[in-house]
Design a protein around this ligand. Structure first.
Ligand SMILES: [Zn+2]
Length: 120
């Protein structure tokens, strides 16, 4: 785990500038507010579904709310993709073949190369 500038919480999607702290793991981040919520949830009794924390649900969102959220979800996806690319680059630096990388990711050697090497 570490902290890097420009991170966004993978749970609430807030950028680090809007929270006190963001902790980064491999491909995901969590902010202090979500950590506090998790601690509260884990410490307390199980709540009925109606009392669960507010998480965006497609069924309750308007089309505009969904569209407004798309850039945030895309930013989180890019964050995960960047982390995956870093892991692949480290495997390659250690001598792993594209075939091994492809097998690990359940894709062909060619597909792995195209996804991670060709676009660098
Ligand atoms: Zn958060």
């Amino acid at each position: 785990m570490d902290t890097r500038p420009g991170q966004r919480c993978s749970f609430c999607l807030k950028p680090e500038e809007e929270v006190a702290q963001v902790v980064a793991g491999p491909g995901s981040c969590i902010c202090d507010e979500c950590v506090a919520l998790c601690v509260q949830i884990m410490a307390g009794p199980r709540r009925p579904p109606a009392a669960e924390p507010e998480v965006p649900r497609w069924s309750t969102m308007t089309d505009e709310a969904l569209l407004d959220r798309l850039p945030l979800v895309a930013a989180a996806a890019r964050q995960v993709e960047d982390a995956l690319a870093g892991w692949v680059a480290e495997c390659r630096r250690r001598g792993a073949s594209w075939a091994r990388v492809g097998t690990a990711l359940q894709m062909s050697r060619q597909a792995a190369w195209e996804r991670f090497e060709r676009t660098r």
